[in-house]
Design a protein around this ligand. Structure first.
Ligand SMILES: Nc1nc2c(c(=O)[nH]1)N[C@H]1C(S)=C(S)[C@@H](COP(=O)(O)OP(=O)(O)OC[C@H]3O[C@@H](n4cnc5c(N)ncnc54)[C@H](O)[C@@H]3O)O[C@H]1N2
Ligand code: MOO
Length: 465
């Protein structure tokens, strides 16, 4: 828990990180913490969720809860790498009777020296054979006097083991094929299937609820806006962001700027057993910003102001939920700012690492890269700014190239277009002046670089050998 910086007036009480009277207007008394401190506070307050069993078809995107060890070797028998003929390599070139067919999915037969067996890719090498000659290095001969198949080996096997996968050469028996803490992707699912894990132990992911607050908000399907109304963007955006982190989402709808309505929604979150509640709006310092005072009454507010742009009023609290169905024993609440860009940027910087940590990621933070800016960027003198950019690969001259950062334009926190196609947040320091184009800055990835804009003028390189 953090230290309250503001001095208490007589009659005020200390709650979590702040000294409060009871009105919402005291919300500006929170100590402004750094983003690093905010992230650390959140990660300290949460723990990985319990391990559960899941079917292989549904395991994508989970973190493995236990090491997975191969019980048998792969291949489980010496196997042919080619369609061709199983041979005794020392027999060499010559004409041979085809003694039998060794097909994939059948048991290995026995081959006598001086004969060959027709073999398919993946079939067990017959006992007695030690190599395979691919079909291209053979010629089919007319059948022998008793009608038996015959073949000419034109180019012999290079020696024993030629075109044979040795027993256990892909996976050794007893090998750890996946370590606890691994993120399960498509290849990992293939490995799990290979080693016979039809169900796997993975970390559960948080059940997340989303709630928008504000008298001005209407549903997106409202065609004509009334006076002062805007459509609710955050609830849908945050639900999608939580889902793309693999979480199931409960939609709590919109609460009006009325403490009773907001509190009723919090109760609904608790009784549904959600582990994480994302609210947006109502966390600033106005008389109608009720989120902080409600959180103070219901639980512990760990911070309520962060030195960052956008996202300054970001609020983080925990509410005891031992009486609810939540398996973590607490409801973790992120009070995200109402401005849409502030809410999605704070989601990426603070909520996403928390969801990942709950899901068991050993390193839940966003990945950092370095990039070169393409335009001048004005800095904020007071708050470090997370400038939205689209990163793409840029090649200059003969060099391998580097990531170039194209700004998404106007960065005001209401302009959601600044997040469109953004795949990274530049980490700009709080400073006077302008960061000149061509500067190298660090950037946090908020999207997969595999979907970055198609780089222009980057041909496939064939290395000169
Ligand atoms: N006196 C001060 N006022 C403000 C400060 C401050 O330090 N002192 N901070 C500003 C900053 S920075 C931010 S960010 C905002 C955050 O305010 P709230 O979290 O209380 O959000 P609201 O006031 O409810 O809304 C802000 C803005 O966003 C729109 N909004 C809200 N919810 C949604 C939604 N679900 N979908 C789309 N748009 C939404 C809302 O209509 C407002 O325009 O406070 C500043 N004020
Ligand atoms: O912190 Mo606010 O998010 O700048 O608009």
């Amino acid at each position: 828990m953090l230290r309250a910086a503001a001095a208490a007036d007589a009659g005020d009480r200390r709650v979590g990180d702040r000294v409060v009277g009871m009105s919402a207007t005291t919300a500006n008394m929170y100590r402004m913490v750094s983003i690093a401190e905010a992230q650390e506070t959140v990660l300290k307050a949460i723990s990985p969720l319990p391990v559960m069993s899941i079917g292989l078809m549904d395991a994508m995107g989970y973190i493995l809860g236990k090491n997975v060890i191969a019980r048998e070797p792969l291949p489980p028998f010496p196997a042919s790498i080619k369609d061709g003929y199983a041979v005794v390599s020392s027999d060499g070139i010559g004409d041979y009777d085809v003694a039998f067919e060794a097909l994939a999915g059948t048991a290995a037969g026995h081959l006598k020296a001086g004969t060959v067996a027709y073999i398919t890719t993946g079939a067990p090498l017959p006992h007695g054979a030690d190599a395979v000659v691919q079909i291209e290095n053979t010629e089919k001969l007319p059948p022998g006097p008793e009608g038996q198949q015959r073949v000419r080996i034109v180019k012999p096997a290079k020696g024993p083991r030629d075109d044979v996968r040795a027993l256990g050469s892909d996976i050794a028996a007893g090998e750890v094929v996946l370590a606890a803490g691994s993120l399960i992707g498509a290849a990992e699912i293939g490995l799990l299937a290979t080693v016979g894990r039809a169900t796997v132990k993975v970390r559960r992911k948080a059940l997340v609820a989303v709630l928008s607050t504000g008298d001005e908000l209407v549903e997106p399907d409202q065609d004509a806006l009334g006076p002062g109304q805007i459509r609710d963007a955050n609830r849908f955006m945050l639900a999608a962001a939580a889902r793309s982190a693999g979480c199931n989402v409960v939609d709590l709808g919109i609460a009006r700027d009325d403490p009773a309505q907001v509190e009723a929604k919090f109760q609904e979150a608790l009784s549904t057993g959600v582990e994480v509640l994302l609210t947006s709006g109502g966390v600033s310092v106005g008389d109608r910003d009720f989120i902080k005072p409600i959180l103070e009454r219901q639980g512990t507010v760990h911070f309520g102001k962060v030195r960052m742009k956008p996202g300054k009023p970001l609020t983080f609290a925990t509410i005891n939920a031992t009486a609810s169905r939540s398996s973590s024993g607490q409801l973790v609440v992120f009070g995200l700012p109402g401005n849409p860009v502030s809410s999605i940027v704070t989601f990426n910087l603070v909520v996403l690492p928390a969801l990942r940590a709950m899901a068991g990621w050993p390193e839940p933070r966003l990945r950092r890269v370095h990039a070169r800016t393409q335009t001048d960027i004005k800095l904020d003198p007071e708050r470090p700014e997370y400038h939205r950019v689209s990163l793409h690969w840029h090649r200059t001259g003969e060099s391998a190239g580097e990531l170039a950062a194209a700004s998404t334009g106007g960065q005001i926190s209401s302009r959601l277009l600044s997040m469109r196609s953004a795949n990274a947040l530049l980490e700009l320091p709080a400073a006077q002046g302008v960061l000149p184009a061509g500067s190298i800055v660090s950037a946090l990835l908020i999207d997969d670089l595999g979907s970055m804009p198609v780089p222009e003028g980057i041909p496939m390189i064939v290395p000169a050998l």
